[in-house]
Design a protein around this ligand. Structure first.
Ligand code: F6R
Length: 366
């Protein structure tokens, strides 16, 4: 049932405050319990983890690129993220203290499932799955599991599954930090407070839709777009480029902004729109310098900034401000406008938003 929406993708984008709140329910009501979050023997299985390897595909892989950074920052544990289809065919060094974390909306993606099998064949016993479908293959084959509560995702382009995966990953980073003795009760309470504020922040980001719609009209006649971000927001740039490609068929590439001068800057001219994910974090000044490089070549900038940032709109620089800076959780808020941009660009182009050509919702073939 679409209710007031035109497409499932639009409905699912707008369901995110609810989806995130539901996913957080188990962590925010009552004491923070590792067993309730991850399963029976979570404490024993997670206690000796000294390295984390995330395995996933597509959008779920981009979520893990954020999660990897949270695990290192919050829990102080080395963490890596790899595409399942790459991991399964390469030689790798098993480590019994490595936690294998698979992420999958559907729980049926063959590439991810086979990667999990490969990890187990290599002797890894500590496996954890973050999945949106409880009765699916990947969580069933994992020792520990967290089921996100996004509800059924019908649009082929993943939206609410992505942001709820991010929430689960943040809870994982907190859980590992607790086990390592890196998080006292006061700090944990602060993190949980920030999580509690997340659905409201996401709703405020959704309210920017009319402004983003205007931007989308300018995108629809472009053939190419660049997305830039740094640090925690580079994966959001990747996700924005993937969404735009998938449903509007506009060729889009994402780069960590520091990489521009190593090649992609050659592509920039007045025909190249450049979307910048520019929250108020410690990389902002570096990012501003990268934006100058784009402007100097005539590239038009579309900047997603935060409310209290110093960016001003000017000739060739368009700015939309998110409600506030959400600290480490900022990628969750900044995911929303890039979803909306892709959705509205696709509407202008008249594509089949919920069923883009050549794609399937669950990829159960190799
Ligand atoms: C992009 C998208 C795909 C999936 C990928 C993995 O919008 O939906 O990239 O993220 O096929 O699917 P799951 O998460 O079901 O394993």
């Amino acid at each position: 049932d679409l209710g007031p929406y035109r497409h499932f993708m639009q409905k699912e984008i707008h369901e995110q405050p609810r989806a995130i709140a539901d996913t957080l329910e188990g962590a925010l009501q009552g004491p923070f319990s590792l067993q309730d979050l991850w399963g029976q023997d979570a404490r024993e299985r997670l206690a000796h983890v000294e390295r984390v390897l995330f395995l996933a595909s597509g959008t779920s892989h981009y979520a893990s690129l954020v999660g990897r950074q949270w695990v290192e920052t919050i829990a102080g544990i080395p963490a890596h993220a790899e595409l399942g289809h790459e991991y399964r065919y390469r030689d790798s060094i098993p480590n019994p203290n490595q936690l294998i974390v698979t992420l999958s909306q559907s729980g049926e993606t063959l590439d991810t499932w086979e990667a999990l099998r490969r990890a187990k064949d290599l002797g890894h016993e500590e496996t954890l799955s973050i999945c949106n479908v409880a009765e699916s293959a990947i969580p069933r084959a994992s020792a520990l599991r967290f089921i996100t509560r996004a509800g059924p995702e019908i649009g082929v382009a993943s939206t609410k599954a992505f942001t709820t995966q991010l929430v689960a990953l943040y809870l994982l980073a907190l859980s590992l930090a607790i086990l390592r003795g890196r998080l006292d009760d006061v700090s944990l309470a602060q993190h949980l407070e920030h999580l509690r504020e997340l659905p409201g922040g996401v709703q405020q980001a959704l309210n920017l839709e009319p402004q983003i719609q205007l931007w989308a009209q300018r995108f629809a006649d472009k053939d190419h777009a660049l997305f830039l971000g740094r640090g925690l927001h580079y994966p959001i740039a990747l996700e924005g480029a993937l969404k735009l490609k998938e449903i509007s068929y506009i060729h889009a590439e994402a780069y960590p902004a520091g990489e521009l001068k190593h090649g992609p800057l050659a592509l920039v001219d007045q025909h190249m729109p450049v979307v910048v994910i520019a929250p108020n974090d410690r990389l902002l000044e570096k990012l501003a310098a990268n934006m100058q490089e784009v402007r100097a070549r005539g590239g038009e900038l579309y900047v997603f900034a935060d409310l209290d940032s110093h960016f001003e709109a000017a000739a060739g620089i368009h700015v939309i401000r998110l409600p506030r800076h959400a600290g480490l959780l900022s990628p969750v808020l900044h995911a929303i406008p890039v979803q909306l941009l892709a959705y509205h660009a696709a509407l202008v182009k008249g594509t089949d938003v919920d069923r883009p050509r050549n794609l399937a919702k669950a990829v159960t073939v190799e």
